[in-house]
Write a protein that binds this ligand. Structure first.
Ligand code: XMP
Length: 327
């Protein structure tokens, strides 16, 4: 039997009861696989790695070492939530690395989106490798690979969870307890493990994070503005009850200024672009008709609360011809 092929008769995990059964089986399987050894896991705070972390904590406790690399491109409050949930609530063995300066130094002056992605990906592996080299003992590598990753890596798209880490890292093997699950099943398992809803049901967030939403060469002032405006957008979508109904929403900030007027004086500040889309598979996307009053409130708050911003735009472009992200 191919361990990476989902059996045709595997029941879809749609209820807490089925999730409990899956967790029980996986806890036993992981204990058996890992024995007295350890598991190292890169914990981004995304759904998949968070669910795997919670599952492995249940299975092997402190034999799991989680590494959270804060590349300085996380959304507001995201790294703090990872520490709060995993270190403080679940008592995980968590290494938190503040690598913001390191990433921003590497990215300084780099405007090309694909180069930015490459730098962020490579630097991430380097930081992770450095941390793993400091550890003593024998380690498996834990990964939040899910079934669509396996299917996709078979075809056109290389996925970071499948074969993205350097081969010279000496791991005993891989621990991938959710590799046969679809995303909706991973979420049900995450809830059954007690993870908070906003972690389990969070929208997709690109690996390069705000790095591809702070358009062109990243600067600290615009990075702060995109983070703050994104937090306001999320807060207001929550208040308006839109969060469960819009697939992905965020702000981006271009690398050109525009003329404005503030307190009776001419300003020359950044615009912020609101992006909201609905989609099934991210291959095509439509733009939801957000209530005008909600957009106005978000606009007013961004203009009032985010320094250096004098304009707010709503992106009406479907995919195609636009992509979801601006870069
Ligand atoms: P696009 O912009 O291509 O995005 O329409 C489709 C979906 O993929 C996400 N995205 C990324 N995810 N690394 C990721 O892990 C990336 O470099 C990346 N770029 C885009 C995007 O947020 C959307 O959900």
């Amino acid at each position: 039997m191919d361990p990476n092929k989902r059996p045709d008769d595997m029941i879809r995990i749609t209820t807490a009861e089925l999730a409990e059964k899956f967790i029980e089986e996986q806890v036993a399987a992981v204990r058996e696989q890992v024995g007295d050894n350890n598991v190292l896991l890169a914990l981004s705070g995304g759904v998949d790695s968070s669910v795997v972390a919670a599952l492995l904590i249940k299975a092997i406790g402190k034999q799991l070492v989680c590494v959270h690399v804060n590349h300085g491109l996380m959304r507001k409050g995201e790294s703090e939530q990872v520490v709060e949930v995993f270190r403080n609530q679940l008592d995980a063995n968590l290494i938190y690395i503040d690598a913001e300066d390191r990433f921003l130094d590497k990215l300084a002056g780099v405007a090309d989106p694909e180069k930015k992605r490459k730098i962020i990906g490579e630097e991430f592996v380097r930081v992770f490798e450095e941390e793993s080299n400091k550890l003593e003992g024998k380690f498996f590598l834990g990964q939040g690979t899910i079934y669509p990753d396996i299917i996709e890596s078979d075809g056109v798209k290389a996925h970071h969870n499948v074969g993205g880490l350097p081969e010279d890292m000496k791991f005993i093997g891989l621990v991938e307890p959710v590799r046969l699950l679809y995303k909706d099943e991973v979420r049900v398992v995450g809830s059954a493990l007690g993870l908070p809803d906003d972690m389990v049901y969070r929208q997709p967030f690109p690996g390069p994070g705000l790095g591809v939403r702070c358009l062109g060469a990243i600067t600290k002032d615009r990075l702060a503005a995109v983070r703050e405006s994104d937090a306001i957008l999320r807060e207001e979508f929550d208040i308006a009850g839109l969060t469960p109904h819009v697939w992905q929403f965020f702000t981006s900030i271009p690398d050109f200024r525009s003329t404005g007027v503030k307190d009776g004086k001419r300003a020359f500040d950044w615009p912020v672009i609101i992006r909201a889309v609905n989609t099934v598979d991210a291959m095509t996307a439509t733009v939801p008709e957000i209530d005008w009053a909600v957009l106005k409130k978000i606009t007013d708050r961004i203009l009032k609360e985010v320094p250096g911003v004098c304009r707010v735009l709503y992106d009406l472009s479907p995919k195609p011809s636009a992509t979801i992200e601006w870069e």
